[in-house]
Structure formats: C-alpha cells, structure tokens
Design a protein around this ligand. Structure first.
Ligand code: GRA
Length: 383
C-alpha cells in the first residue's frame, strides 16, 4: 500500500493551498458576511485548472484525476468553504456530459465550464423531492424537436447566477424512476425564473429556486436516452458527493487548526488551556475523525482513478468527513468559547459551513442507509 502522494499531486495541492491562502483568506470573512459572489475568483480557479483535473486534455482539462480534485477541494474549503462549492458546480456537470453526452455536447459545454467562463449548476431537488429524488414532479414534454419543461427546483446552488445546468425531469411519470430524463440546458433563455434564497452557511455560494414555465429546450440538449435520467442522476451524485466529502475535510482541518492554535495561546487558571485534559479529549477526537475521514476519502478518489466502482466508499467517506467536520467545528467552538461564538473570528463560519455537509449531496442518514443496506446485503452500493 502506497501512502505517498506523487510529486505532481503534492505540487497541485501546494498551488491550491497558496491560492486559497493568498486570494481567498484575507477576504473570506467579509464576503461571507455580505454574501458576495466572486465570479472573478471562479474564473481564476478555472484558469488554474481547479475544475479540470477529472477532465481529459482534449476538453480543456488536465486529466490529473479524482485524487487531485480531492486535494484541491480540501485546500479551498479549508480557507473558504463556499468557494469549494464552485468546484462542484463546474466539475459535476462537466463529468456528466463527458460520461453521457454526445461529442457535440462535450465540445460545446465542457471547455467553458472547466475554464470557469460559464457558470454551471445541477437542478435535482424540489420542494417535495429532497432525499427522495424519484419523487420529483418536474416534467419534460416532447414537442417536435424540442422539450417543454415545467416545474420548480429549490435549494439549487448557483440558481441565481448559472448560465447553464443539468436539469432532471420526468418524460414519463407512469414509468416511475425509469421515466426520468436528463438535460443539459442553456438557462439564459425564456421560461426560467430565478429566486435567491438565504442560508446559514456557504453564504458566498448563491442559492435559490429555478422555476421552469414552458421552458423550451432543444431535443439536442437531452443527455442520454429518455428514461435514463435517474441512472444518470445517481451516477452524478456519486461524483459530486466525493467533492463534498473533500470539502468537509477542509472545514474539519480549519476548525482543528483554530482550536489547536487557540489552546496553545490562551491561558486560564495559570496554564495554557491545551493542558486541560477535557480540551485534549476534544483535540484528539478532532485529529482522529479528520485523519480517518481523509484516508477514506482518498481511497474513494483512488478507486475512481483506477476506474473501479466506488459508490460505497464515497458514501463511507462522505459520512465520515461531514460528521468529522461537524464534530470539529462544534468542539472548536467549545474550546474557543466566546471567541468561537463571536462573528469577529472564523470558527463560527466553520460551524455554519460544517452543517451544510451533513445535508448536501445525500444527507448523513442517506449515506448511512446506503452503507447499511450494502452491509446487510439488501442493496449493493457498487452496481
Ligand atoms: O433496478 P433499476 O433499474 O430500477 O435501478 C435502480 C437502481 O439500481 C434504481 O436506480 C438504480 N440506482 C443506481 N444506479 C447506479 C440506485 N442507485 C444507483 C447508483 N448509485 N448507481 C432505483 O434504485 P433505488 O435504490 O430503489 O432508488 P431510491 O431508493 O429511489 O433512491 C436511492 C437514494 C435514496 C440513494 C437516492 O435517491 C439518493 O441518493 N438520494 C439523495 C439525494 C441527494 O443526494 N441529493 C443531492 C441534491 S444536490 C446537492 O445537494 C447539491 C450540493 C452542492 C454542493 O454542496 O456541492
């Protein structure tokens, strides 16, 4: 078993770390308070190749792989978790088009997504379809050489700003999940209404609703065949889930670093508070949760780079990393006390951002369900 990263991967990680610390660190807190959308940074990250590590060179990527994507994502999330989300919005749609799209779709959409020139998104969730993806109500009706899409998507990252995105809808509801179809649509067209929504964390990552009212998309924007949408969606979630897992690692690490630094400086009752065993207990748990999660997330990425199934391993990694991040942020707040609770210091941001990882891309209970049902032999996760 090899635990060393290649020189190339170490260099990619350094590049992402330096970029995050220099270009995001100084302004992350202010932007978070104001909910600033940094389109310029999204472009810069594209230019540095942060979205293209899983995309072959012929479509503008570097082909470095999933482990590279995980390393980049962790470094960005450690400094500015909301900006990690941007990686998923550019990379996720690109990967789905690469896997299921026609040559024309690949050439048209992947390069501008990977470069950060067009802002991407994916529209799965609806008011009555969160964990239960198949319960969605959006429909796409074929009329001649186009589809007419009607429905309402909610909690969609980048809804207020996306140029284009994956849209999942039913072409035949009577077929249940086998009647769902995937589209990659230009969203700057009539029939798309947007509404911005606020949230507790990741406040620089625009969130909102997309309402489709007789939204006409050319039949050529369908991905795969009619009825393949659910399968495509599950495939997509397996990729984008890995990015979330890596983001959670970054937040866990940031919270641990803040707790360790503070415990080494703060003196109470005549000694550094790191000397108190109850704080050591929390620091030990933070370290172990984070390191265990990191190995699990790296393993899931490594499997993807070996072109081997990794649905189970991704769910295990995402569960461990998001719970690890939530534990670390909670413990850091206990160690920092009022300085943790204060909006003048970064730990409260880690705390708010950490919560998102227990919810997005399959909530913790969905990951547990996938893992347990696999272990019990009810439903294989890697199929
Ligand atoms: O036998 P079949 O042909 O009918 O196929 C079944 C199954 O084999 C069918 O789907 C197939 N399938 C899969 N195929 C390939 C299921 N899972 C997979 C897979 N991983 N790969 C139906 O299967 P089923 O198991 O009966 O489906 P279900 O019970 O309806 O749903 C499964 C499940 C609950 C796991 C699924 O719906 C799910 O993952 N839900 C969570 C939804 C989620 O993750 N939403 C994320 C929203 S987007 C987001 O959060 C953006 C965040 C952005 C950011 O922060 O980066």
């Amino acid at each position: 078993m090899e635990f060393e990263l290649s020189e190339e991967l170490v260099a990619v990680r350094e590049l992402a770390r330096e970029f995050a610390e220099k270009e995001m660190g100084p302004t992350a807190a202010k932007e978070d308070k104001e909910g600033t959308f940094r389109k310029d940074l999204i472009k810069k990250m594209g230019e540095l190749g942060f979205y293209g590590s899983v995309i072959p060179e012929e479509y503008g990527g570097s082909g470095l792989g999933f482990l590279a994507m995980v390393l980049i994502t962790e470094e960005i999330a450690r400094v500015h978790s909301a900006m990690r989300v941007a990686i998923n919005m550019q990379m996720g749609p690109s990967l789905v088009i690469l896997q299921f799209g026609t040559e024309e779709q690949k050439k048209k959409w992947i390069p501008p997504l990977v470069q950060g020139e067009k802002i991407g998104c994916f529209a799965i969730t609806e008011p009555d379809a969160g964990s239960d993806v198949a319960a969605m109500r959006t429909t796409a009706k074929k009329e001649g050489d186009q589809y007419i899409i009607n429905g309402n998507k909610i909690w969609i990252t980048n809804a207020p700003v996306a140029d284009c995105g994956l849209v999942y809808a039913y072409t035949d509801r009577s077929q249940k999940h086998r009647g769902m179809t995937a589209f990659f649509a230009d969203l700057n067209q009539p029939g798309v209404e947007r509404k911005t929504l606020d949230a507790l964390g990741a406040r620089c990552s625009p969130l909102g609703e997309l309402t489709f009212e007789n939204f006409k998309v050319p039949a050529a924007s369908r991905l795969g065949n009619e009825g393949e949408g659910f399968k495509i969606c599950m495939w997509q979630l397996n990729q984008t889930r890995l990015n979330c897992a890596a983001g959670a690692l970054g937040v866990a690490r940031a919270a641990k670093e803040a707790a360790v630094n503070y415990a080494n400086e703060r003196v109470q009752f005549g000694q550094k508070i790191g000397e108190f065993q109850m704080n050591q207990d929390m620091i030990a748990q933070m370290v172990v949760h984070e390191e265990a999660a990191r190995l699990l997330v790296y393993r899931a990425a490594w499997l993807a780079d070996q072109k081997r199934p990794n649905n189970l391993e991704t769910s295990i990694g995402k569960y461990a990393a998001s719970e690890g991040a939530a534990y670390a942020a909670d413990a850091a707040m206990k160690i920092l006390g009022a300085y943790g609770y204060s909006t003048e210091f970064p730990v409260e941001r880690y705390y708010r951002d950490a919560k998102s990882y227990q919810i997005v891309e399959g909530a913790t209970n969905i990951q547990k369900m996938i893992i347990a049902q696999d272990a019990l032999g009810y439903r294989k996760a890697n199929r």
